[in-house]
Design a protein around this ligand. Structure first.
Ligand code: GDP
Ligand code: MG
Length: 370
């Protein structure tokens, strides 16, 4: 059912919250600012207070943000976005580093790698893959808590000399909850005496059935430090991407998710955004959570200034009013007025939520009428 908090209703009428509470009280409804009332009651109060009620969805300010859905013809293939997860010390960081070095442009002059929370590599075949380069589990949890889904697949690193461990199991659970496929990378196969088959058996106990055991989960034996089978792992990723048929419309205002953010002494608020739809351009006006601003500059994972960022490309953006949290939705809007409106609406919602959480069930009549 449609509901609205008393405070939000007051805001919409540009009336004082106390006035709305008093009007409600006269109508026989006792409600505090943070309590919700149904749409019918809201309509009555609005009329009672001399306004013309106009019913819109509760999140009308947000509505229309996404615009029209993309048509089949507008969708174009986009690179897969991959998160590497696994137990501590099983080689996640080593694998991310090793994969990054497979980039065909990795040894170009001036290519100084930056840590921006994600990077994209280009394969000799011309294919591209984006890796999320933040501490896997925490980032995954934080983003999922905000309803964000950024990753298309999870590469599960399991060290052949250690086998399935608690965080391996946790990673399997994360991937399942997010409904993204796994690719198993059995790492450290360069070590003498390791038994990768034992890893396969252990995974079986957690209902991960790899292909060599008749299942559907691709597995690759690798060594991150000895750079063994990295090409096979990348092939497996591209195959999975093909199966998933990953596509996006690059010809629309951009939308994406904040992967990482910080306040830089010299540059101000800096956010790494993974573009998920559309193309982000320098000069665009974006809203990210409650922050907004004009994209003053955009940098790729090598610190190079770029003017445009297509789907699946992670970029650092400068020009926001503040530091948005990881997992926040980022979207391009037509003008500053709209950006301000959305930002203010979200700030109000956040305050209401906080007030609701703090004052749940409390509130005396005096407070209500204050
Ligand atoms: P993380 O905690 O999962 O990020 O693991 P790291 O990448 O930090 O690796 C933990 C340790 O395992 C480091 O000492 C690495 O050098 C080592 N290591 C990672 N991959 C391999 C590998 O393929 N072979 C061997 N022998 N050691 C590895
Ligand atoms: Mg690490």
């Amino acid at each position: 059912p449609e509901t609205i908090t008393v405070q939000e209703l007051a805001n919409r009428m540009a009336a004082r919250g106390g006035e709305v509470v008093k009007t409600l009280f006269r109508m026989g409804v006792m409600a505090t600012l943070t309590q919700t009332i149904d749409a019918d009651t809201a309509e009555l109060v609005v009329t009672e207070m001399g306004h013309r009620p106009k019913r819109v969805a509760e999140s009308d300010v947000e509505l229309g943000l996404e615009g029209a859905p993309d048509t089949e013809a507008e969708l174009q293939p986009r690179p897969p976005v991959v998160t590497i997860m696994g137990h501590v010390d099983h080689g996640k960081t080593s694998l991310l580093d090793a994969l990054r070095q497979t980039d065909v442009a990795a040894h170009e002059a001036g290519g100084i790698t930056q840590h921006i929370g994600a990077y994209q590599i280009e394969l000799p075949s011309g294919g591209k893959v984006t890796f999320i380069d933040t501490p896997g589990h925490e980032a995954f949890t934080a983003m999922r808590a905000r309803g964000a889904s950024v990753t298309d697949m999870v590469v599960l690193v399991v060290a052949a000399d250690d086998g399935v461990m608690p965080q391996t199991v946790e990673a399997i659970r994360h991937a399942r909850a997010a409904n993204v496929p796994l690719i198993v990378a059995i790492n450290k196969i360069d070590k003498p005496g390791v038994r990768p088959d034992r890893v396969r058996q252990e995974l079986l106990q957690h209902e991960v059935v790899v292909e060599s055991l008749g299942g559907e989960t691709q597995e690759v034996e690798v060594s991150a430090t000895q750079r063994i089978n990295l090409d096979k792992l990348l092939e497996a990723i591209l195959l999975q991407a093909e199966i998933l048929d990953l596509r996006a419309n690059p010809n629309r205002p951009a939308e994406g998710t904040v992967i990482e953010s910080k306040l830089d002494r010299g540059r101000g608020p800096v956010a790494t955004v993974l573009v998920q739809r559309g193309t982000l351009r320098q000069g665009d006006i974006v809203v990210a959570g409650t922050e907004w601003g004009r994209v003053r500059a955009m940098l790729d994972d090598r610190g190079r200034q770029i003017k445009e960022a297509p789907p699946s490309l992670p970029v650092e953006i400068l020009g926001l009013s503040g530091v948005p949290a990881a997992g926040e939705h980022c979207i391009v809007v037509p003008d500053e007025a709209r950006a301000r409106e959305i930002s203010e609406y979200r700030q109000r919602r956040a305050r209401e939520k906080a007030a609701l959480a703090a004052g749940a069930g409390r509130g005396t009549l005096n407070e209500m009428l204050a």
